[in-house]
Ligand binder design. Structure first.
Ligand SMILES: Cc1cc2nc3c(=O)[nH]c(=O)nc-3n(C[C@H](O)[C@H](O)[C@H](O)COP(=O)(O)OP(=O)(O)OC[C@H]3O[C@@H](n4cnc5c(N)ncnc54)[C@H](O)[C@@H]3O)c2cc1C
Length: 456
């Protein structure tokens, strides 16, 4: 009760929410887990965040930073009650600096809105998570979010030049700045990117922009064989082309978006690749030809280029419809993003097919195949204990396969709650202990997002 009063004094009573109904609205994310916070606070300024964090340290109250709650690894879930710190009201684009090609933004800015605004000015902010119409820059930085364009343009971390952040003990610090180069001391910007809200609260970000590509073309390549499609991916890169996107959908994913979202894709295809090339118009034409040759060399049965913006949008709508279509089949979606080196994509796909058969699960394969970031998604029903036991075993095998192939547990969704138990397998005891020591030294009271990344 005292905590509520103090939070009200800091942020204003109308920005503090404590009824069960209100708290329920912040108890979920993109996973199927639910954890109620004790209280929800929507700070209106950086000064308020500093005070809230100091109060949390004094009272031993855990704080769970939250953007739009679209995370797929449980990162924002208030697993120990405490305060859900919702950062969506800090949503100003503070500056778009054309001369230096940077944007300065608050953490609650919606990614897609920033993109639209800089594109109007001939610049480009490439990171494009599928959730870009709703997710926030703060959440993107905390997860180092990627997306289809990661294969050519990299991920969120490649565009963060500097940060303002509130530390776990309530200090306000700055890292980096507007310069392209900066080697003054430790690279704290990099440390914060992908730290999943466990090492600091991002209150401002300086983001690098690049020139908007002058031309873009989208290709749909249809295959009768999933493995041929994955070989075609490697062939495209061998031909010297780095496509802007290289997405794969397997037969199950294709069937699902046709049946649930009315997508106009061939129902009998074993796989499709959605490939985009961008850049100068003349280069785009040359790259298009090379992409088509690579696909045809691997028995693509058709390779078509979207002729209009509308056709291009239809193709991307089909790709983006996978997740919403899946949840129409069954209520519990388990989204993995174990990632392998690109050359291992064909082998990883074989392993995933084997896991699907072994456990008789509804497992669809899609994702950012050009950078090895496949998204095997399992659709199940958490009320079916037998099915969930098979899911758990299958997930363990997916991680094992990725690690055996030289890959990683997560390419972009983060560890959060869901993958914490598997960290040891990838990092080993000394590697995990080294990470823990960073957390312990920066957050001695374990206030900020406890229970994430580390399983205890
Ligand atoms: C349909 C769908 C498609 C998706 N596609 C992609 C994709 O293509 N690529 C991809 O990478 N991800 C994807 N995601 C996952 C998700 O959208 C991203 O992880 C995104 O970055 C989360 O942003 P958010 O604002 O929703 O953050 P939240 O989910 O609210 O939080 C995510 C993490 O960030 C922390 N956090 C939030 N704000 C701050 C802050 N200001 N300071 C410090 N920590 C903070 C939270 O504590 C939590 O650990 C998808 C999700 C959905 C539902």
């Amino acid at each position: 009760m005292a905590l509520l009063t103090q939070l009200g004094k800091i942020a204003g009573d109308h920005n503090v929410f404590s009824s069960r109904e209100e708290r329920f609205c912040y108890a979920y994310d993109g996973t199927y887990h639910l954890h109620l916070p004790d209280v929800v606070v929507k700070p209106q300024s950086v000064e308020q965040i500093v005070k809230i964090i100091k109060l949390a340290n004094d009272s031993g109250t855990p704080v769970f930073p939250r953007g739009a709650g679209t995370g797929l690894s449980g990162g924002s879930l208030p697993v120990r009650g405490g305060i859900a710190l919702v950062l969506t009201d800090l949503d100003r684009i503070l500056e778009i600096d054309d001369a230096n090609q940077v944007a300065v933004v608050e953490p609650g800015v919606i990614t897609g809105q920033l993109q639209a605004m800089v594109e109007e000015r001939g610049m480009f902010y490439p990171p494009d998570p599928g959730s870009l119409e709703v997710c926030t820059i703060g959440g993107n930085i905390a997860e180092c979010a990627g997306g289809p364009r990661g294969v050519k343009y990299g991920v969120t971390g490649d565009y963060v030049l500097g940060l303002e952040l509130v530390t776990p003990t309530g200090d306000l610090i700055h890292t980096g700045g507007k310069t392209i180069k900066n080697v003054t001391g430790y690279d704290l910007t990099r440390l914060m990117v992908g730290s999943e809200g466990t090492l600091g609260i991002v209150t401002k970000a300086i983001l690098r922009l690049i020139p908007l590509p002058k031309a873009v073309k989208t290709v749909l390549a249809v295959f009768n064989d999933l493995l041929q499609a994955s070989e075609a991916i490697l062939d495209v890169f061998r031909s010297g082309v780095t496509p802007a996107t290289m997405e794969i959908m397997d037969a199950e994913a294709i069937k699902c978006v046709i049946e649930q979202a009315g997508a106009q894709l061939p129902l009998d295809a074993e796989a499709i690749l959605l490939i985009e090339v961008d850049g100068l118009p003349s280069a785009v034409e040359e790259e298009l030809a090379a992409v088509a040759e690579s696909c045809l060399r691997h028995q693509a049965r058709s390779v078509e280029t979207a002729g209009t913006a509308e056709e291009r949008n239809l193709l991307w709508q089909a790709r983006r419809a996978i997740s919403p279509s899946l949840v129409k089949l069954k209520p519990t979606k388990i989204s993995e993003d174990a990632t392998v080196p690109r050359a291992q994509v064909p082998t990883m796909i074989r392993r995933l097919q084997h896991i699907r058969e072994k456990y008789s699960l509804n497992l669809v394969i899609f994702g950012h195949a050009g950078d090895g970031n496949l998204h095997p998604n399992i659709i199940a029903d958490e009320r079916d204990a037998g099915e969930m036991a098979r899911v758990e075993a299958a997930v363990g095998e997916i991680f094992q396969a990725a690690l055996e192939l030289g890959g990683t547990l997560s390419g972009e969704h983060g560890i959060g709650l869901m993958k914490a138990p598997y960290m040891l397998a990838e990092l080993g005891a000394p590697g995990l202990a080294y990470m823990r020591r960073i957390k312990q030294s920066l957050d001695p009271n374990n206030i900020l997002n406890p229970g994430k990344i580390f399983s205890s």
